[in-house]
Design a protein around this ligand. Structure first.
Ligand SMILES: Nc1nc2c(ncn2[C@@H]2O[C@H](COP(=O)(O)OP(=O)(O)OP(=O)(O)O)[C@@H](O)[C@H]2O)c(=O)[nH]1
Ligand SMILES: [Mg+2]
Length: 373
């Protein structure tokens, strides 16, 4: 099937760098003249990731409301709607980003795509991004890893099922930490290539592309054991919040200042409660521009990942937060932080469609732990 679409799923924990990686891979394939579609995924609607990738000019479909594994038919449905089904619109590359608290994706998504889904696809080896800020603490078995042991179990299982492991953020990570993370993966999950990469700068991506296009790396017989009770508890330990909103003011304000202010204010309120952030991300859209700001842990400075330099007197917000805290408190803190960030730029905030919850137990559509025959 040399001409079949290449399906690349990039996994990794919340805030590991999946969207940044997918965006970079998409631009690479586009620069080769290929048609690329991206599929994003979340437990609820209003995804910062979809807005971020669309603002880069990419074709993006969304599976919202459940993870790929629990909503397999929606994944294939979205791919078909986006033109996987033959004809002139056949894409060359499908890039898929799963929910960052999901695992067992080889058995529930990649093998069913090869076996059950009745269309030709070349499924690339499964690359999982290791998030350094939590990886050092979780794989290093530190006392204060930030998350419950059950959430840490998911983090480790994600690495275990990888065909190759990407140590991300090498642009800012001291070489000793890159070496330590590589050592921890080699010791605990031997046999997987470990690539140092930077989704931010593209360092290491030539090697990544060579692996992705080079076929399966770990023998297909590999099957991962997974305790779904622990997995479900680990997901439920995270509070999940997706919201839209707006900020208006009598005079134009700096939309980058609002984006980073939102993340800083909410992050400070969460840190004061000792609630570990897995990923807090916001988009602020106004004057035809989209600012994006993120925080990926309580020990990492919030970052304006897409500055715009734009000013506006009215903007739309999307806020996605995944934090080790109960959903009710998370809602209250996000409201409080949003109001004070809006005041700081001379504006007034309103949040709409705010949904906060604990993710439910994963019940995969298919589970194929056996090797594809
Ligand atoms: N310095 C640096 N920052 C990075 C790198 N990769 C990602 N980031 C930043 O890390 C944050 C999270 O990146 P995302 O790509 O959104 O992470 P994700 O895995 O898609 O997050 P979720 O979808 O929420 O699970 C953003 O602020 C990115 O700009 C990198 O290689 N270097
Ligand atoms: Mg993402």
């Amino acid at each position: 099937m040399p001409n079949a679409p290449l399906f690349i799923m990039v996994g990794g924990f919340l805030g590991a760098g999946k969207t940044t990686t997918v965006g970079r891979l998409a631009r690479h394939y586009q620069s080769l003249g290929k048609r690329v579609v991206v599929v994003t995924n979340d437990q609820a609607a209003d995804l910062v990731d979809t807005h971020t990738l669309r603002s880069q000019g990419l074709e993006v479909g969304e599976v919202a409301g459940a993870c790929f594994c629990c909503n397999f038919n929606e994944l294939t449905g979205v791919m078909e709607k986006m033109g996987l089904q033959g004809g002139d619109a056949l894409p060359d590359v499908v890039l898929a980003e799963p929910v960052g608290s999901c695992t067992d994706l080889v058995a529930t998504v990649l093998r069913p795509l090869e076996k059950v889904y009745n269309r030709p696809l070349r499924v690339a080896p499964y690359a999982v991004i290791l998030k350094p800020s939590h990886g050092l603490r979780i794989l290093g078995n530190h006392d204060k890893a930030g998350f419950s042991p059950q959430a840490a179990y998911i983090f480790k299982k994600q690495v275990e099922e990888a065909d190759l492991v990407l140590v991300n953020r090498v642009d800012e990570l001291p070489p000793a930490q890159v070496a330590e993370l590589t050592r921890l993966v080699n010791e605990q999950f031997p046999g997987r290539p470990v690539l140092p990469v930077s989704a931010g700068t593209g360092a290491g991506f030539d090697a990544l592309l060579a692996h992705l296009e080079g076929g399966s790396i770990i023998p297909a017989g590999k099957t991962m054991d997974l305790d779904y009770d622990v997995y479900a508890q680990g997901e439920a330990d995270l509070g999940w919040l997706n919201s839209q909103g707006s900020v208006v003011s009598d005079s134009p304000f700096d939309i980058d200042a609002l984006a980073i202010g939102l993340v800083r204010e909410i992050q400070a309120l969460l840190s004061a409660r000792d609630a570990e952030t897995a990923h807090l991300k916001v988009t602020v859209k106004g004057a035809g521009a989209l600012a994006v700001a993120n925080s990926i842990s309580n020990c990492t400075d919030p970052k304006l990942s897409h500055p715009t330099g734009a000013r506006a007197d009215g903007v739309e917000l999307v806020i996605n937060a995944r934090v080790a805290i109960d959903p009710e408190t998370l809602s209250a803190l996000v409201r409080q932080g949003t109001e004070s960030a809006a005041r700081a730029v001379g504006g007034r905030a309103a949040l709409e469609n705010l949904r906060s919850f604990r993710p439910g137990r994963p019940v995969p559509t298919h589970r194929m732990p056996q090797p594809v025959g």
